[in-house]
Ligand binder design. Structure first.
Ligand SMILES: CC(C)(COP(=O)(O)OP(=O)(O)OC[C@H]1O[C@@H](n2cnc3c(N)ncnc32)[C@H](O)[C@@H]1OP(=O)(O)O)[C@@H](O)C(=O)NCCC(=O)NCCS
Length: 202
């Protein structure tokens, strides 16, 4: 299995980041947008997962990346992606462990994110990090018209949340090491997401 290291994203990583961005998102961010995010280090943290090559001469490939913006005690996860050739190899989990630790250091008491309602894999990933669905933003993704599920994790500074991060970090060290995440398309989410808005249900 490819050894992976997580580091702060730098300018030199943008080319590798963009290669993934263009593969996984219908409306990719631009290099300029990433650069503007990197220019605000007091409120943003961006990380890359790199192939841990032993050779000094070889450029280390970007395998994934993730970012968070923290303002008034709230962390907003802005992006998480892994290269499609490396999915289900805990790259996103590795990034999230580090990213949420950084968010705690920046004083975040809660974290939120938007995810496509049909992106069950990502929702499961986030569930393993204590995120729960709290609502829907209809048509949030303008390029496709898809709805966003809003997810929320509270108590980031609590010991209980530190335990969640510790549990996930320990899992990364084990080969296999199932995430233990639930599939969030349980009836609650199906009701919120799957039923037409005019059913009268909340
Ligand atoms: C979602 C994404 C970031 C996951 O990255 P990854 O490195 O493959 O994730 P991990 O290997 O760390 O997965 C951790 C857990 O998440 C869940 N998960 C991740 N991808 C899944 C999928 N396709 N189907 C079902 N569960 C999935 C599983 O519970 C998994 O644990 P397991 O492998 O032990 O079962 C990746 O698929 C991706 O880049 N997708 C395109 C971009 C995207 O959708 N980003 C999220 C935007 S909100």
């Amino acid at each position: 299995m490819t050894a992976v290291v997580v580091e702060p994203m730098r300018r030199r990583h943008i080319r590798g980041v963009m290669a993934i961005e263009q593969l996984v998102y219908p409306k990719p961010w631009t290099p300029a947008l990433f650069l503007s995010e990197l220019a605000q280090p007091k409120s943003r943290t961006y990380l890359v997962a790199l192939e841990n090559s032993r050779s000094f001469l070889r450029r280390r490939n970007v395998l994934g990346y993730a970012g968070v913006m923290v303002a008034v005690g709230e962390a907003h996860i802005t992006t998480v992606a892994a290269h499609p050739h490396h999915h289900r190899r805990k790259i996103a989990s590795r990034l999230l462990v580090q990213l949420l630790r950084e968010a705690r250091l920046l004083g975040a008491e809660a974290a939120t994110l938007e995810v496509r309602v049909n992106n069950r894999g990502a929702q499961r990933l986030y569930a393993a990090f204590g995120f729960a669905p709290v609502g829907v933003r209809p048509g949030y993704y303008a390029e496709t018209g898809e709805d966003a599920l809003i997810m929320w994790a509270s108590g980031l500074l609590s010991d209980a949340y530190a335990d969640i991060l510790q549990h996930q970090a320990a899992r990364l060290a084990r080969p296999g090491g199932d995430s233990g995440a639930a599939d969030l398309h349980v009836p609650w989410v199906q009701q919120r997401v799957g039923l037409p808005a005019d059913t009268g249900r909340d």
